[in-house]
Design a protein around this ligand. Structure first.
Ligand code: PRX
Length: 630
């Protein structure tokens, strides 16, 4: 595909980029993978260590509950830490961390292995065993990485809840996962303020009854409530004699669960997506290696949060599996000044930066001079994820940040896919706004209502036609939902929930979600979560939430509320309701605006027609409204 005959605006890779990259001929690799995807994925798995090799690459005897590398024995942590500690990488930096207040910490592979083992021993001493769920609720600090690895080392299943979520979201997730242990920080720094994580957790714990032990990491140091017999300090526990730096690793079956991660779906409450040790490990290792072209000397920065899938796959597991040096930053991109990110890229000599379009658009607003006062010549590759990147932001990122020499890897994927699915590699010609084509070994298409491929440039449903190693295994405690939500619209095909088009060169262009998921600043929220928070307020009878286009956030939340009889419609109440959503779900879910209405458009069966609300707000034609109730 390196020919010069592509349509539209195309950015071809330089000879320098191609010469450096692991995959110089994408087409050759893709053709090989297409001919025999099982051998392709077996080769990828062979790049990692297995205690016992798998018997079968894929077991599809119970579709869509696919199994990968069956019979194989491994533990992802062995490939993340133990294997490196046996080589020169024991002294290589695994993690460089900077706090928002300027604190710094670094961990060699040796140190990260030690801290993981110490904490794993603490967890064991509390009775945590293989298969137990542990909830983690923290900001972006090294301890979140250590906590995740410690769980995985002993076979416990971690359930990380993003630190930007609040009381109800946390309590719901603890309850659903039935976690007996919660690992939390006292607080997190965000734009100079403290997010009181422990206080939020205390309130959440009053609403759910499963947690027996709370381990508290001291980060912000303010006064907090420590409940006797339940709450213990992390720094005290890891200094106890039981917390030795040797902790036997649990040998896991390839298909044993590694983690669950809650995400918003088409309907109802967030659901827990389950990923496994074997297939997930292979998917994230090879996708990061080939897409971000990891080399031994690299310093890589994924600026996401570990509490989302991007952080799980490409802050924690992917970089460690590749033995690379990863950078993590605690705070906001523009605090205290809009040059904070650029300053750190210069200070640490970052080579690869992976972030979201919303961050780029947010930083773009401050102008080029903030970027240009720093030497960003260490940068070699850039990345984007979470929502479609508009060509204007792409070009700014390419020109101002990447100085027209760093290809942008626009990676399309989901919590459910675990790894990049549509993505370029550095040697692939780019078109601003397109993630190019599926990763080798993965077949995708854009289809109409009946499942037939649409013509080039026509909009349709984005689907995945082949299984892949890091695919969602099940919805925790609700396997039927896996079948219904993803595998039932078209037989044998995975439905992504996105709409897209494919151009004449086979390049994919993502349009957006076609369900009740709203992407706000790249964060995934469900209308149901926002609506249920609103109706939990004692003045609200009914509510409907929609996403409307927003210049920086991509989408912003607008809510329509029917008040209970006799309640006065005041601006103060609007503010109170916005705060209520923030308190229950999290600041990211706070509606941009709330409008009081007397009725909501509904179908005759009582379903809210959000599509009609959206069309009205945008001054557009609502389309077919034949099912609308009078
Ligand atoms: O709509 C797509 C959008 O994010 C959704 C998945 O969200 P989540 O599970 O939170 O994972 C986000 C990070 C992987 C997708 O269904 N999305 C993700 N990446 C892109 C994207 N939309 C357009 N371009 C992308 N690169």
């Amino acid at each position: 595909m390196n020919n010069k005959n592509l349509t539209g605006e195309v950015y071809y890779p330089s000879e320098e980029v191609i010469n450096k990259s692991h995959i110089k001929d994408w087409d050759e690799l893709n053709n090989r993978a297409k001919k025999d995807y099982q051998s392709f994925w077996a080769e990828r798995a062979d790049e990692l260590h297995w205690f016992k090799k798998w018997d079968k690459v894929i077991d599809d005897s119970n579709k869509p509950f696919y199994k990968w590398y069956t019979g194989g024995k491994t533990n992802i942590v062995y490939n993340c830490l133990d294997i490196h500690v046996k080589t020169f990488r024991r002294n290589k930096l695994a993690l460089i961390w900077e706090g928002e207040n300027g604190d710094t910490k670094t961990f060699s592979y040796y140190a990260l292995h030690r801290e993981t083992c110490k904490f794993a021993n603490v967890l064991k001493s509390m009775g945590v065993q293989k298969g137990d769920r542990v909830t983690i609720y923290m900001g972006r600090t090294p301890e979140i990485v250590i906590a995740m690895l410690a769980c995985a080392r002993i076979g416990a299943i971690h359930s990380v809840v993003y630190g930007g979520f609040s009381v109800e979201s946390l309590s719901e997730r603890i309850e659903d996962s039935n976690s007996k242990v919660l690992i939390v920080a006292d607080g997190a720094y965000q734009r100079g303020k403290i997010v009181p994580l422990k206080q939020i957790a205390d309130e959440a714990l009053q609403r759910c009854g499963t947690v027996e032990h709370v381990l508290v990491v001291k980060r912000t140091g303010q006064e907090i409530n420590m409940e006797f017999g339940r709450d213990m300090w992390y720094h005290e526990l890891i200094n106890l004699p039981i917390a030795t730096q040797h902790c036997a690793l649990e040998i896991m079956d390839a298909e044993d669960p590694l983690f669950i991660l809650y995400t918003s779906g088409t309907t109802g409450k967030p659901k827990a997506i389950l990923h496994t040790h074997g297939g997930y490990m292979v998917g994230v290792h090879s996708s990061l290696k080939y897409v971000f072209d990891i080399h031994e000397e690299d310093r890589y920065w994924c600026a996401a949060d570990p509490g989302w899938i991007t952080g799980h796959s490409y802050i924690v597991y992917g970089p460690l599996l590749n033995g690379t040096t990863s950078f993590m930053y605690e705070g906001a991109p523009n605090f205290p000044y809009p040059n904070r990110w650029w300053q750190m890229i210069e200070k640490y000599g970052i080579n690869i930066l992976y972030t979201a379009p919303t961050a780029i658009r947010g930083l773009m607003r401050f102008g080029e001079s903030w970027v240009n006062r720093h030497d960003l010549s260490s940068l070699r590759l850039l990345g984007s994820v979470g929502e479609p990147i508009n060509p204007e932001a792409w070009k700014w990122y390419y020109r101002v940040v990447g100085k027209e020499k760093c290809p942008i890897m626009d990676t399309w994927w989901q919590t459910e896919t675990g790894m990049f699915m549509i993505t370029p590699m550095p040697s692939v010609p780019l078109k601003p706004g397109s993630g190019t084509r599926p990763f080798p070994g993965i077949e995708m298409d854009v289809v109409d209502e009946n499942g037939n491929s649409v013509k080039p440039n026509e909009e349709g449903f984005l689907i995945i036609k082949t299984p892949w190693p890091s695919m969602i295994r099940t919805v925790y405690k609700d396997p039927e939902r896996l079948v219904q939500q993803y595998w039932s619209k078209y037989p044998g095909v995975y439905l992504t929930g996105d709409s897209a088009r494919k151009d004449e060169d086979g390049y994919f262009w993502i349009i957006g979600r076609v369900d009740d998921v709203i992407k706000v600043s790249g964060y995934r929220l469900g209308t149901a979560e926002i609506e249920s928070a609103l109706v939990s307020h004692n003045t609200v009878a009914e509510a409907a939430a929609i996403g409307l286009p927003h210049e920086v956030k991509g989408n912003a939340i607008y809510a329509y509320v029917i008040l209970r009889a006799g309640i006065e419609k005041t601006p103060t109440l609007i503010e109170e309701l916005r705060q209520h959503v923030s308190h229950e779900v999290g600041p990211i879910a706070k509606p941009e605006n709330i409008e009081f209405v007397d009725t909501l458009p509904k179908t005759r069966s009582g379903k809210i027609m959000r599509r009609v609300l959206k069309a009205r707000a945008l001054g557009q034609d609502p389309g077919n409204i034949s099912t609308l109730e009078e």
